[in-house]
Design a protein around this ligand. Structure first.
Ligand code: BGC
Length: 269
């Protein structure tokens, strides 16, 4: 009997997967049976480490360098993925970064960089993925869908974030990009959903959890009283990528220990 969450025989491309949430997602998808394209921008070492880990667990993976904000690099990355593994079935639009400044101190460069990677990068990768889904056609033995796209959003697609206008705007943009793509592509049997992580222990927010004092302060924002781990997001990604979620389309799945429940209102207001 085949497993409900199985990704056996499918190919997943995970952007920004040399560390953090992307690495957790790449590993989880590989453990569910997918061949994984581990994309990275700078850290060849980090990407190779994830590839080795997947291979040591009996999976298949390759590392492919590309800056997702650069159209030609994105096209070259998809070409490499398709010539290596024949197609792409699952895209996880994960690559993202923060460049935090108060509004008045924010340079146009810091604004453009964050929008370029976090939002434009998701558009460029989604466009190439959808072209490939359509070229390949449906393979019912592998999946009921023609293809699946998972956009990595954030609780900050809905929670405003002072000092991080560029980042919050990029994630608000991801929300409407995801929903508009989901509406447009559903008739072609392409599913598009988002995961909105809360605070997950990764390099992006290290100073928010790497001392006991910082972690205690962060936990004030998390009703479940635990900072998340990359694998929490990996498990959600496996579900959204598999046929177990075949009727789920245009959803943002918050994986945040309740951060979006306005914990400041408990016993207040
Ligand atoms: C940010 C983290 C932050 C978390 C919760 C994420 O999207 O990248 O830095 O800890 O949201 O605020």
């Amino acid at each position: 009997m085949s497993q409900i969450n199985s990704l056996e025989g499918q190919v997943a491309l995970v952007t920004g997967s040399s560390s953090g949430i992307g690495a957790g997602v790449a590993l989880a998808l590989a453990q569910a049976g997918a061949k994984v394209v581990v994309n990275y921008a700078h850290s060849t070492k980090g990407a190779e480490k994830i590839v080795s880990k997947i291979v040591s667990l009996g999976g298949e993976a390759i590392a492919v360098q590309a800056d997702v904000s650069q159209e030609e690099q994105v096209k070259a990355m998809f070409h490499k993925a398709i010539t290596t593994y024949e197609t792409v079935d699952i895209l996880v639009n994960n690559a993202g970064l923060q460049k935090d400044f108060s509004l008045v101190d924010m340079s146009l460069e810091a604004w453009n960089k964050v929008i370029g990677i976090n939002l434009t990068g998701q558009f460029l990768c989604a466009r190439e993925a959808v072209k490939e889904f359509i070229r390949r056609g449906i393979v019912p033995e592998r999946s009921s869908a023609l293809g699946k796209i998972i956009c990595m959003s954030s609780v900050h697609e809905t929670i405003p974030w002072a000092g991080h206008c560029n980042y919050a705007a990029s994630k608000g943009g991801v929300m409407m990009l995801m929903k508009s793509m989901a509406q447009e592509l559903a008739p072609q049997k392409i599913r598009v959903n988002s995961i909105a992580p809360g605070a997950i222990k990764t390099p992006i927010n290290k100073e928010a959890w790497d001392t006991p004092e910082a972690e205690e302060k962060l936990l004030e924002l998390i009703p479940y009283k635990r900072v998340g781990e990359p694998d929490d997001i990996g498990k959600a990604a496996v579900w959204l990528a598999s046929d177990a979620s075949d009727y789920v389309n245009g959803l943002t799945l918050f994986v945040d220990g309740g951060m979006t429940l306005y914990p400041g209102f408990a016993g207040n207001g």
